[in-house]
Ligand binder design. Structure first.
Ligand code: UFG
Length: 337
């Protein structure tokens, strides 16, 4: 296939581009570089020895995107583009709704104009809010207890895609609900390069281990979990990338929704210990009060994806920490732009 990756210069997009190219697909990257770097795409080109056409455009801008894609061929789309910082979305709700919703609306219209009828969408486990039953499967109610505009944009985009498919029955769409992506390509050449102070646990830990930050703040240690800290399902970004390829290769008219997770829960302190072991560096931490909106435990039931996509995770949290350390220690300032 020839796949357009919106937001393809970002963390998950670059790893997915690499796996697609290695499986013999072609990719075209569209990105506005608001939270990503062209250098990341250059590194995927080096790792795969394939050229990647790179289109700079703001997907939320219909006219700019239509013009930028003129003459560019593709037969399917993986839609990664979007703003993704939970706290920022609470402070800037209209920006989050505008960027994340408009970009999906523009994309769907352009796909229909051009007769491109295969779409994989980056959704999030955040749509489950604080589920009653963990591990959570795709039948669990979504949209109840979503606590921030970022999460609402994921929920709303899922609904927009379902409605678009009802009106356009040839469209095949897969909604992938990611759990917590971590790790990096084992080469250490590409990885997660957060802007400013990392919001997420793993990049924060990596920056403490490399000496860029003094210590980790552990957000609460009295949750009803084995060690009192929050439990999440950390999925290696290479497993996640393979999940996208599996979804794309099996896409058919209609809408399918899958959890992409490992099914294994790890606590904040498990993650600290795993990173210390992988890096050989201490990760000092201090327990502070819980972060608003956090849930105690969110772990995937990945059985549906395992069965229907014939996909499962094969990499452990320890491996993710090793790969993340390879990236962080070789690139302490990320892509450096
Ligand atoms: N945590 C800390 N200290 C930190 C950062 C995080 O203790 O500095 C804890 C959190 O409280 C939580 C765990 O580490 O228990 C994981 O936190 P992350 O911020 O890494 O991830 P979240 O599970 O909060 O959120 C992630 C993504 C969202 C997505 C959500 C879906 O960031 O985009 O998963 O559940 F919506």
């Amino acid at each position: 296939m020839r796949v357009l990756l919106t937001g393809g210069a970002g963390y998950i997009g670059t790893h997915t581009a690499l796996v697609l190219l290695e499986r013999g697909h072609e990719v075209v990257v569209l990105d506005d570089f608001s939270n990503s770097s062209a250098e990341a795409v250059r590194r995927v080109e080096q790792l795969t020895d394939h050229a990647i056409p790179l289109i700079e455009a703001d997907l939320a801008d219909r006219y700019e995107t239509r013009a930028a894609l003129e003459g560019v061929e593709f037969d399917s789309v993986i839609h990664f583009a979007g703003l993704k910082a939970v706290g920022e979305s609470v402070a800037q709700p209209t920006r989050y709704y505008r960027v994340n919703i408009d970009s999906t609306l523009v994309l769907l219209d352009l796909m229909q104009e051009r007769g491109v009828d295969k779409l994989v969408f980056s959704s999030s486990a955040t749509v489950y809010g604080d589920p009653d039953i963990v591990p959570v499967n795709e039948q669990a109610p979504a949209g109840i207890g979503v606590t921030n505009p970022y999460g609402w944009t994921k929920f709303m985009n899922e609904q927009i895609i379902r409605d678009a498919q009802t009106a356009w029955p040839e469209l095949g769409a897969v909604l992938l609900r990611y759990f917590n992506p971590v790790g990096a390509h084992p080469s250490g050449k590409i990885g997660e390069d957060p802007l400013g102070i990392p919001n997420n646990l793993m990049p924060f830990i990596a920056q403490v281990a490399v000496g860029k930050r003094e210590k980790l703040a552990v957000f609460g240690d009295s949750y009803p979990t084995p060690d009192g800290t929050g439990v999440r399902d950390y999925i290696h970004v290479m497993d996640l990338a393979e999940g996208h390829v599996a979804a794309l290769e099996r896409i058919a008219a209609g809408v399918k929704t899958y959890n992409l997770g490992s099914g294994v829960g790890s606590s904040v302190l498990d993650a600290v210990r795993a990173f210390e072991a992988a890096s050989g560096r201490p990760v000092p931490y201090e327990v502070v009060p819980p972060r608003a909106g956090d849930v105690a435990e969110l772990v995937a039931d990945p059985a549906l994806a395992n069965r229907e996509l014939e996909w499962q995770t094969t990499r452990s949290l320890a491996e993710a920490c090793t790969d993340s350390w390879a990236w962080q220690s070789a690139n302490p300032d990320g892509y450096g732009e």
